[in-house]
Structure formats: structure tokens, C-alpha cells
Design a protein around this ligand. Structure first.
Ligand code: 3NM
Length: 218
């Protein structure tokens, strides 16, 4: 069970691809297959925004993406939609501070699933851990155009601060992550990088994921 083993979980979080249909201009299933082939180690289905799928269409898309993740052996995480995650028996859920509370999500998904929580301050990070989070997402580390309601840019320094304060929970850095700035966030203490556009907007998601994997591992 991944979530009970921090060493394995940290490896799994190395290249965390997040995507929804509004983020792509060709089938997300294709992009996910290529990203995993290149080196993405975990995937989060984040179906948000004006053109986001809902209801049955969202469920069908999620099931297809889940099948790809299972076939390739990487965890399939759903953003925010706890009911869908439970219905599909997804590998985990990621929630932000404005979504369902982490404690409530943990109660609904049970002890064996992966729970990720976005945290912007040490207080939120410590609370997330108490509530049963397995990892936290910290961001936006750099400027991003992929999230309308993103908080203020916090820089890799926020991650170093969390580590200096003694936080040992796995951390993924998010927001504006590129090949170029990946080494800085890993040096700051992140276990992995979490990206939408660096993979989804690349002409070659496979090459992008591969390069990110190598940058995050060196
Ligand atoms: N959450 P990109 S930033 C989904 O700060 C998300 O919590 C963020 O997309 C946060 O890799 C973000 O294209 C968008 O910058 C990340």
C-alpha cells in the first residue's frame, strides 16, 4: 500500500501530471498515455473551468483515464470530486483549502487511499497532516496561468521554510514548474513536481515528462 510507505510515496510523487479536458487540444487519453510513457509517475484528473465535463461524460472520461493509469501502473487521483473517486474506486483524492475538508475526505475514502491537500502556510500543512493527508501540494511556486484563483506566488523558499520548520510530510511543488526551475524546487526540499502545462501544452508530452523526470531525479 503506497500511502503507508513514505519512501515509495515520495518516488511516486516525482512527476505528478495534473490535467483535465479544458487543458488540452487533443484527446486527454492520448496525452496521458504519452506522458506516462515518458515518465509521469502519478496522474490527477482535474476537470475544472468553463468547458469542463460534468455528470456521465465526466465519469466516462475519468474511467478511461483510470484504465490507462492502471494499465501503466501509476496511481489515479481525482481532484475534489470525492463521490466520483469513491464510485470509481480511484487511488486517491486531492483537495484544496476551499474544497471538502481533508478530515471529511479521509473519512469517506478510507485509510488505504492517497489523500493530497494544497497548503499555503505551515499552519495549513500541519493541519493537513493531522487530518490524514499523505502529501501536500505547495504553490503557486511560480506564476501560472492554469489556475484562475491561484494564491500569491510563494517561490521555492516556502518549501525550504516548511522543511526548516521540521515538516517531513512529502511535498509536491506546483505552479509554473518548468524544466529550468525544477532543480530549484527539488533543492528546496520538494519530493516531486506537479505540472499541467509543462506536459499538456508540450508538442511532445512524452519528451516533456521524460525531461522533467530526469530534472527531478538529478
Ligand atoms: N494548483 P501549471 S497552481 C492546479 O497553487 C494548480 O495550488 C496550484 O499549472 C496551486 O503547471 C495550479 O500549468 C496550476 O502552472 C498548475
Amino acid at each position: 500500500m503506497i500511502r503507508r510507505d513514505p519512501v515509495t510515496l515520495k518516488k511516486v510523487l516525482k512527476v505528478y501530471f495534473i490535467c483535465g479536458t479544458p487543458n488540452v487540444s487533443r484527446p486527454l487519453t492520448e496525452i496521458l498515455e504519452e506522458a506516462v510513457q515518458g515518465g509521469a509517475t502519478i496522474f490527477q484528473f482535474r476537470e475544472k473551468g468553463e468547458k469542463a465535463l460534468t455528470g456521465e461524460k465526466k465519469k466516462e472520461q475519468a474511467a478511461k483515464l483510470q484504465a490507462i493509469c492502471h494499465e501503466k501502473g501509476i496511481p489515479f487521483i481525482i481532484n475534489d470530486d470525492v463521490e466520483l473517486a469513491v464510485e470509481l474506486n480511484a487511488d486517491g483524492v486531492h483537495v484544496g483549502q476551499d474544497d471538502t475538508s481533508a478530515r471529511e475526505v479521509r473519512a469517506k475514502i478510507g485509510p488505504d487511499k492517497i489523500l493530497g491537500v494544497s497548503a499555503h502556510s505551515l499552519t495549513e500543512a500541519v493541519q493537513a497532516e493531522k487530518d490524514g493527508a499523505d502529501y501536500i501540494g505547495v504553490g503557486p511556486v511560480f506564476a501560472t496561468s492554469s489556475k484562475d484563483d491561484a494564491e500569491e506566488v510563494c517561490g521555492p523558499e516556502r518549501i525550504s521554510e516548511f522543511r526548516e520548520e521540521g515538516l517531513t510530510l512529502p511535498i509536491v511543488a506546483i505552479g509554473g514548474i518548468t524544466f529550468e526551475n525544477t532543480p530549484a524546487v527539488i533543492r528546496a526540499g520538494a519530493d516531486g513536481i506537479s505540472v499541467i502545462s509543462a506536459i499538456a501544452s508540450s508538442a511532445s508530452p512524452a519528451d516533456a515528462a521524460n525531461k522533467l523526470y530526469r530534472k527531478a531525479s538529478s
